[in-house]
Design a protein around this ligand. Sequence first.
Ligand code: ZN
Length: 306
Amino acid sequence: MSNGSFPPEPGRRGGTLAIVLAALIPACFAGWLLWSSLGDSKDDGADGVGAPTTSSTSSPSPPPSGAPAAPAPPTPSGNASGKPLAGKVVVIDPGHNPNNRDHPSQIARLVDIGTDEKECDTTGTATNSGYAEASFTLDVARRARTLLEARGATVRFTQDGDRPYGPCVDERAEIGNKAHADAVVSVHADGAAAGERGFHVILPKSVRGGGADTSAITAPSRRLGERLRSRFAKATGSEPARYIADGSGLDVRGDLGGLNLSTVPKVFIECGNMRDSQDAAQLTDKAWRERAADGVAQGITDFLNE
Ligand code: ZN
C-alpha cells in the first residue's frame, strides 16, 4: 500500500509540453490504478499476517461504505481457490501441557517408544520472563487450526488445554495414527543456549523395534518437513537455526516417541529458542505467533496439495 506515484500536476509552461503531459497523464493514472490494485492483491496473498484474532483474512478489501455487503461469500478461506484441504485430516500436537508442572510423577512415568523407554511427557522450556513453551505451543496450534479449517481441513489436537497433564508421547502418536491423519505437526519451541537463534524441523529417522517402524513415513515426513521449513522461514522471516543440523533446518532423530510410533507423516517444528532474548521477544509476540501459525499452515497445505 505504498503511496509512490500519484499523477503529477500539469505544468503551465510551453504549449507543447502541456499537450504531451495531457496525453501522458491518463496513461500514467491508468498505470497507477493497475499497480495499485496489484499491490492490494499481493497484500492479501500474505494470508493471515498480522491478524491476531481467530478469523482468517477474507476479502481483499472491504466494500466501499454504502455498497451492498456481499452475502455469505462462497470462499470463506483466505484463498480464492475455495477449500483446498477439503477431505484432509490434519493432527496438530501442541507440545507439552501447561499443567505438566503440577504432575511431576505422572509425566515421569516411562512409556515404551519402541526402540527405548522414555518419560510420558516433559514440562518443556520457558522464556526468562516465564512464558512457558506449553503456552506458546497451544497458542500457535490454535492459530494454525483456524487457518487450516478455513481451507477445509479436519483438524484434531492431541490436547487442547483440556487435560490435567500430557498426553504421554505414545498417546500423542496414537492420536495421529487413529485419525489416519494425512499430516501431523508437533509444535514446540527450543531451550538452547542464549545467543542461538532460529527454528528447525525434526524429521523421523528410519527406526524399527518393538512397536516402532518408521520406514514407511520417513520419505513423506521429509517432504512435509521441507515444505514447513520453506513456508515457516518465509512467513516469519526467521532463519534455520545454526546450532543444529549444520544449519539445514532439518534435524533427523530416532529418539522421540512421538515420531518413532507414528504411522502417518509427522514432523516436529521447534519455532525458535525461548532462551535467547531476541527469539523470546518474537515468541512472546502475538503478531509473530500468527505469522508462525501461518507458516505452519502453509507448509502443511503445500504438502497436502502435492
Ligand atoms: Zn518442546
